[in-house]
Design a protein around this ligand. Structure first.
Ligand code: FES
Ligand SMILES: [Fe+2]
Length: 346
């Protein structure tokens, strides 16, 4: 039995936060079912390339050295440029044109490092938008981040957004967000929801606006009480496993203590929700033909939108796609800053 009918989708995916990689550093990554190397050259430009050196297979993310705007292999010192071309074999007068490394388009924007993955190496089909709130330190707080690994395919995590009924049953939220609109336009999906917030002065009408730019980035605006903006990034580790990253900012109200209290409460709530979702996602089967209620969210529209990102096609031959083992519920995972040992991005 297969776990998923879906291959890894194509799109822009977050592979790091900008602060995770300093000038001259190299790091190993594992995404898209591939071993990768992340490095920042001396002009501060970030690169993502396949990890294994075409000479004899050393991993460039384990001991590779940045030399100017090139990366040198730790094994025999071969060098490669940003396009993956071999530029130097230190013990030969020639280079090897066959020894080329696959390079992925990279953008560093909104404090995130995003790489473009396409199984057939096609060029990017859209751009990552600038999110003004993450580029406005006068009006918005420093970014707070969280990261989770989930043993479920990308689509199962992404589908959570349109599943309006689960909020009451999984998250026990008193007020369930009410779907006000769901539209797709090429690689973009826009969801509008009304959310009532209970406050000491009565119930306040709030809203949740979520804009997804392909499978890897959703920008979510929560409004009504305090403006909170979330970038939610799902990055496939492979076709059965996904990494989920959140980056938050809150509009400053002029009182640092209050701002961080609001931010902390918000992050704690999202943290709680992921912890509640995770055992469901990891243990559920994917059903290609679910039995839906008439009042369920726009699953069909969502799935049609998602299907455009599978360049390798979908092989759907099973009635359900179950996990191969069971996953116990677990404690809250480490935050990104705990995991990486770096401070949240300023
Ligand atoms: S394996 Fe990289 S230089 Fe030999
Ligand atoms: Fe959820």
């Amino acid at each position: 039995m297969k776990r998923s009918p879906f291959p890894v989708p194509f799109g822009w995916f977050q592979v790091a936060w900008a602060t995770d990689i300093a000038v001259g550093e190299t790091k190993p990554l594992k995404y898209f079912g591939r071993d990768l190397v992340l490095w920042r050259d001396e002009q501060s430009v970030v690169h993502v390339q396949d990890a294994f050196c075409p000479h004899l297979g050393a991993h460039l993310g384990h001991g590779g050295k940045v030399v100017g705007c090139e990366i040198a292999c730790p094994f025999h010192g071969w060098r490669f440029d940003d396009a993956g071309n071999n530029t130097l074999i230190p013990y030969s007068n020639r280079t090897n044109a066959k020894g080329k490394i696959r390079s992925y388009p990279v953008v560093e924007r909104n404090g995130l490092i995003m790489a473009w993955y396409h199984p057939f190496d096609e060029a990017p089909k859209w751009e990552i938008p600038e999110v003004p709130e993450f580029n406005d330190p006068d009006s918005f707080t420093a970014m707070v981040t969280r990261i989770y690994d989930v043993a479920a395919p990308w689509q199962e995590l992404a589908e959570n957004g349109v599943d309006s009924a689960h909020f009451r049953y999984v998250h026990n939220t008193e007020e369930v967000p009410e779907l006000a609109g769901y539209e797709t336009d090429g690689h973009i999906a826009r969801m509008r929801s009304i959310q009532k917030f209970p406050t000491p002065r009565g119930v306040v009408d709030g809203y949740i606006n979520s804009d997804s730019y392909g499978p890897g980035l959703s920008v979510v605006h929560f409004g009504g009480i305090v403006d909170t903006i979330l970038m939610g990034c799902n990055t496939p580790i492979d076709d059965e496993t996904c990494e989920m990253r959140f980056s938050f900012t809150v509009r400053k109200l002029g009182d640092d203590g209050f701002d961080s209290t609001v931010g902390d409460a918000f992050v704690a709530e999202v943290d709680r929700q992921v912890r509640e979702d995770k055992p469901i996602w990891q243990n559920k089967a994917y059903l290609p033909r679910p039995a839906l209620a008439d009042t369920d969210g726009p699953f069909t529209k969502f799935r049609r939108w998602a299907s455009q990102f599978y360049a390798e096609g979908v092989v759907d031959s099973q009635e359900f796609y179950p996990p191969s083992k069971s996953y116990p519920a677990e404690e809250l995972e480490l935050s990104a800053s705990q995991r990486y040992g770096s401070a949240p991005i300023a």
